[in-house]
Ligand binder design. Sequence first.
Ligand code: ADP
Length: 638
Amino acid sequence: MSATENLGANAETLGFQTEVKQLLHLMIHSLYSNKEIFLRELISNASDAEDKLRFEALSNDALYENDGDLKIRLDFDKDANTVTITDNGIGMTREDVINHLGTIAKSGTAEFMSKLTGDSKQDSQLIGQFGVGFYSAFIVANKVEVFTRRAGTDAAQGVHWSSEGEGEFTIETVERTARGTSIVLHLKEEESEFADGWRLRSLVKKYSDHISFPVIMKSEPMPAAEGEEQKEPEDEAINEATALWTLSKSEISEDDYKSFYKHISHDFQDPLTWAHNRVEGKLDYTSLLYIPAKAPFDLYNREVPRGLKLYVQRVFIMDEAEQFLPLYLRFVKGIVDTRDLSLNVSREILQSDKTVDSLRTALTKRVLDTLTKMAKNDAEKYQSFWDEFGQVIKEGIGEDLSNKEKLAKLLRFATTNGDSAQNVSLDDYVSRMQESQDKIYYISAESHAAGISSPHMEIFRKKGIEVLVLSDRIDGWMISYLSDFEGKHLQDITKGELDLGEIEAEEDKKQQEEANKTYEALVKQIKELLEDKVDEVRMTNRLTDSPACLVAGAHDMDAQMKKIMEAAGQPVPESKPSFELNPEHPLVAQLNNEQDDERFNDLTLVLFDQAALAMGDQLKEPGAFVNRLNKLLLDLSK
Ligand code: ADP
């Protein structure tokens, strides 16, 4: 902080937070082709400020200062090359200004900035999801001034903020009679096109037609008819100024819906889809819910406040009302306007209100139905949704038991039938099941490649049975909540004795019995050697190429979950795997014929450790494994 000498006594020059500097710099370059959005962003802020005033005035009428006519003014001055946006909303104190117009309050901003690449096309997409808000003024202006006064404070408490967007801003306390905020944009020379009445009007029409407050401009001077006097320009509202969601669907165009989305989300990409509903009856509400096209940069941070905008009887009550949707639908943007809550409802009340619970149930259903419909009617669109938001939908499987079936149908998996893309639904899988197959098979592995190359896959590959390949961090947790899908059990192929049921041919079963007989003594001998490490030893028909594998108990914790818990230092229940051997493999035959005890032990332990490695496990004594393996290799070369 450094006070500059020639400023007034209460003036100071402060530096922007580093992130703001970075944002300003990148924004100016990457948003150039979207530059006209600055107006939408500033009008959105003005509209929010009017909303906030109306809300606070519910309990303190004096805040209106005898002027309850809420509106936004838009002025321009061609000669001075300025555009001014003025609201008579809540305004800001000096402290507010410093906090809001010098820093970015979003958590994770620094991390977000580090993702920007300098490639303007890519960055503009990212910045779009981040939401640039006020700072977008600097795309078109080389100097921005803010004059503001918080509603209810006296005229001496006005604040003047000014910056050229280059690292610092100046702030001073000034006299200001008008409540609310004026933002003066000193346009760059090359952006003078915006200091034009027709241009501004068309932008307001295009982007801000359906905000709840009128945007007022002076009428354009019309050439006077002969013999008549030139009319003085008059104030006129240039937008519809009816809250979009209060209109009936037939009155709203696609573009209206899209621009309204951009207003409430600060996203400048179009939403993927939306659902607009009015409900009367036991519950009385209107909701307008949007599914964004791209995930926000902080989607996985479950702590970030988010939620719908809540209105009660058209009066804005609060932003980020998170009680109206479950956490796993945190990406949904939109508004809910209800008559069933009172105007003085608080966050605390929302947490334990029966009506809120009913609304939440209804809105959750809306979102899920919208997604289900999209999945049915436009698979490609749904796929793009899944690629962005699939991970959080998976959270729902464990968190929203009442909608589990709907959610299960929305899941998409990578399977052995394709590559690592998650694009197979459980319905698809079931429709492709083999005639006598009665289970849905899956493997949960650290990566897709690890899953595909697991020895446990061998029999499934041989028999052409499709297997779901789960490799997202959340999968192990999710699948523990999904034991069945439409009466079909989901079976982890690395757990429990393999039972392919009817798919297994009689012949296979016979072979299996024979193998058990042939290798009875071997199994016993191995079991004695590995007593501490394994629960059971048996011959298996699940392998075709590998000599051996490890199999977890049918009720053991998912291997991936176990690893995550271990990594987090949490206690994990002890469990020993079973060790299964492939009777067709020459190494197993060799083991059976091995007369030398030491070599028998070495070979067995190497097979055991190999099986653990193939599961992606860490060896407890990797050095011992290497020694044994080298000993066997040396024997080979003898
Ligand atoms: P966002 O609107 O996403 O919070 P912005 O950068 O646009 O981010 O604005 C930051 C904050 O500055 C706002 O949250 C609000 O508190 C304050 N602000 C911006 N414009 C106005 C305004 N016209 N009146 C009152 N407060 C405003």
